[in-house]
Write a protein that binds this ligand. Structure first.
Ligand code: GLA
Length: 492
């Protein structure tokens, strides 16, 4: 173990690449599905098995969503030896059998508990039972633990208190010898973005998301997670609220450990198609885990064509693992019905020297949004000093090749035996055969989007962006042909 650690450390120094925890998991943000947003406590064995089957038949497993995560409400107290009992009414075959079935589909199994005396829905929690519970999870064949924060018995209030409480479970999991992705759900409390990466693969940075793009809500009154006055992270946080909260510390995500912006709401019905596209694009570009939060048993064609866009998923799974950063925020654009009128420009570097840019219109009217190369490459040198400012760039629209809804509907309606041909005809991106890293290396056209223009040296990117919408682009340097030295890492 010491030798491995030492090697990882030397490699990190050599490549200049940050490393997170050393369990080898989540080198890119984890992808999968979690029941909570759509179904809450309505969990069962059949839900998990039907969902697993749907993940395979819809092609979503192959595009990258490989964790099936069961949230709260699955247990039935503890037995006389202090081990959690699974609720056999909900899971008649028992958790171990459920895990086996999920594994047979080529998927991984995630479960949930809380670092408190109870879970948030008031089932038995794992605080002071960590060793027992980690053993149960390992015995059942669990691959992922989402670990919540309710009923912590006052053991919070300083980073050290929260860190120590969460570290007990991290140590217990490691003690089992079974690799489990460890996903903290402490809503950004006690500055988890400053210590999460030492003991976990991801850490929530906000109270719970809800299915709204901009609507402010008293239950999510905290708009700045790093403020000491943020006493209640809350539970009705809009997409915009979460984006604005993570902006000051996007750089804390790194291969092995990620800012978790919460599960996706795509497909749950509260947002427009454009809003869902924007929500999904930001979660990908901010390197949040991508856990679908809709009921896949009733997956619609329009949701499928958002969730399966390989050009956007390639931003999430980019091997460099760098989040976009906000370079401009204007707050005085035309107000929407909630009084929100924000325009934002985000930019970030990608594998091979490409750049991703998002122009966000979270205002009440359509707008023309412009960003100069000087702004886009601000992080490579301010005031136009970045060398990229003097290059010509090709602009690729990452949503222009979105799958036709009619084709997605055919896939959803197809019999199992017809699926292979349909996926072939659809030129489906199968990441189990060609990883995103390999696909990017080969410049696979499905990951690049559609070329829509160029930017001359010193020029600007301009687009008309509909209200409550965004445009998302990959920029490729013409001269350098994607071979910029600074990003060409040996290990890629
Ligand atoms: C908390 C978490 C949610 C969900 C519920 C379950 O609110 O933040 O993601 O797990 O608990 O009760």
């Amino acid at each position: 173990m010491a030798a491995t650690l030492h090697f990882a450390f030397v490699l990190a120094l050599f490549t200049g690449q940050a490393i997170g925890v050393n369990n080898g998991l989540a080198r890119t943000p984890q992808m999968g599905w979690n029941n909570w947003n759509a179904l809450g406590c309505d969990v069962s064995e059949s839900l998990l098995l039907d969902t697993s089957k749907k993940l395979v038949d819809s092609g979503l497993r192959d595009v990258g969503y490989n964790y099936v995560v069961l949230d709260d409400c699955w247990s039935d107290g503890r037995d006389e030896n202090g081990f959690l009992k699974d609720d056999l009414k909900k899971f008649p075959s028992g958790m171990s059998a459920v895990a086996d079935e999920i594994h047979k589909e080529g998927l991984l199994f995630g479960m949930y508990s809380s670092a408190g005396e109870m879970t948030c829905a008031r089932y038995a929690g794992s605080l002071d039972w960590e060793a027992n519970d980690a053993k149960s999870f390992a015995n059942w064949g669990v691959d992922y633990l989402k670990y919540d924060n309710c009923y912590h018995m006052g053991r919070f209030g300083t980073p050290k208190l929260s860190f120590d409480r969460y570290k007990v479970m991290w140590d217990a999991i490691n003690g089992t010898g079974r690799p489990m992705l460890y996903s903290l759900c402490n809503w950004g409390e006690d500055y988890s973005h400053t210590w999460g990466m030492s003991i976990a693969n991801s850490w929530r940075m906000s109270g719970d998301i809800y299915d709204s793009f901009t609507r402010p809500d008293d239950l999510c009154s905290c708009t700045d997670a790093s403020s000491p006055f943020c006493v209640a992270p809350g539970s009705h946080c809009s997409v915009l609220n979460i984006i604005n909260k993570v902006a000051p510390y996007v750089d804390r995500g790194q291969p092995g450990g990620w800012n978790d912006l919460d599960m996706l709401e795509v497909g749950n019905g509260g947002m427009t198609d454009e809003e869902y596209k924007a929500h999904f694009s930001f979660w990908a570009a901010l390197k949040s885990p991508l856990l679908m939060g809709n009921d896949l048993r009733t997956l619609s064609a329009s949701s499928l064509t958002i969730l399966n866009n390989p050009a956007v998923i390639a931003i999430s799974q980019d091997p460099d693992g760098r989040s976009v950063a906000r370079i401009r925020r204007e707050m005085n654009a035309a107000k929407d019905k909630y009084g929100v009128g924000e325009i934002q420009v985000w930019s970030g570097s990608l594998y091979g020297g490409d750049q991703v840019v998002i122009l966000l219109n979270a205002a009440g009217e359509d707008a023309r949004i412009s960003a100069s190369l000087e702004e886009i490459f601000l992080h490579d040198g301010p005031e136009g000093s970045a060398p990229q400012n003097n290059e010509e760039w090709e602009v690729y629209d990452l949503w222009a090749n979105r799958m036709e809804e009619s084709l997605a509907q055919k896939i959803l309606d197809a019999k199992a035996e017809d699926l292979p041909k349909l996926f072939k005809d659809a030129n489906w991106y199968n990441s189990t055969e060609l990883s995103y890293k390999e696909g990017l290396k080969k410049k696979d056209a499905r990951l690049m989007g559609k070329k829509v223009g160029t930017i001359k040296p010193g020029g600007s990117l301009t687009a008309k962006v509909k209200r409550h919408s965004m445009e998302m682009y990959r920029l490729k340097s013409v001269g350098l042909g994607g071979k910029r030295k600074v990003h060409a890492k040996e290990e890629l």
